[in-house]
Design a protein around this ligand. Sequence first.
Ligand code: CS2
Ligand code: MG
Length: 404
Amino acid sequence: MKIVDVQVIVTSPTRNFVTLKITTSDGIIGLGDATLNGRELAVASYLRDHISPLLIGRDPSRIEDTWNYLYKGAYWRRGPVTMAAVAAVDMALWDIKGKVAGLPLYQLLGGASRTGCLAYAHATGADLPELIDSVHEQLDLGYRAIRVQTGVPGLEKVYGVGHSGVATYEPADRGARPSEEIWDTSAYLRHIPSVFEQLRNHFGQELPLLHDAHHRLTPQQAARLGKELEPYDLFWLEDVTPAENPAALRLVRQHTTIPLAIGEVFNNIWDTELLLSEQLIDFIRCAIVHAGGITHVRKIWSLAELYQVRAASHGPTDVSPINFAAAVHMGLSAANFGIQEHMRHQPLVDEVFRHAFRFDDGYLHPGEEPGLGVSLDEELASRYPYESAYLPVAYLPDGTLHDW
Ligand code: CS2
Ligand code: MG
């Protein structure tokens, strides 16, 4: 069997997705997600112009070999664009392998280690009453763990909080330029502990609560926030400091026992090595698409397992259901799975990408369809062409551009 056709499909059913479609000489189709929020077309070009021609004629069963060919063979390693492109090929080849074997991906990875993957939902509110309502809504949908993001008094907009009374948020705004937000770390640090205190008073001690700081703090600020949140027993505190400097977590770790989660912007095992080997984090959060696909993320998770760090793949709406399916298959089979982020796609996205994975009573299951269990409705996808969209940028009140 050989690869005979490779297509890159860009579609925007409410938001942009880049999909790689590989067809074999036996007519088997494999799909891979290549979506990089706000930089989608760079990955589409990498795939179309530089990778697709290399795939024609290759044996699709050689997943590990193809991964190395694209990673080591290119000389230019790492980086989100490269790794998303390699990941898309990798996912598509695993999809094909599952279809050839007649087995869902999780069976190829060693079979189920649990009956379902614990999921966490997003709750957001401009103020406390709105936030409490939003948590109730997610609990009513069946979620058993909730990430909470809240407005901060004095700040007009806060990333991760639905705009103008809308409970959900999309992590990019359509438009030719990024929107701008004013950020004030002191106001945020003053406000957040009281929010968790009130959530615990309202919902009790048992509900797992998570929070994302979006890389905006210094190590000292992160240490202070971790200490102040300890009484409220968070499931985790995410992305406290900018991710390029893993050594910053040493200081944070010395001062607080709050569980720490990091990794959504990582794209290589070397980004994780110091954090894992020094046990500076508790959860590793790489997205399958942004960290080189199933083949590479499995290695990251295995390294994490040695250090008692649990796997919690990034699952926002800016990764497609193809990535999401891969994450749930991996989560079901990995010994050190921790939790899976589940930010629901808009219904139209689920129509374009029909999928076998399902959410039921707080848990995700990948389903039993061979491969990843996702199909793409190309006709429907073609009705929604690419639209430029960007993540917002954050400025301090004096006009200084701030860490994301
Ligand atoms: C967030 C995302 O899901 C998360 O944890 O950090 O909303 C993230 O900001 C986006 O995926 C960026 O593209
Ligand atoms: Mg995050």
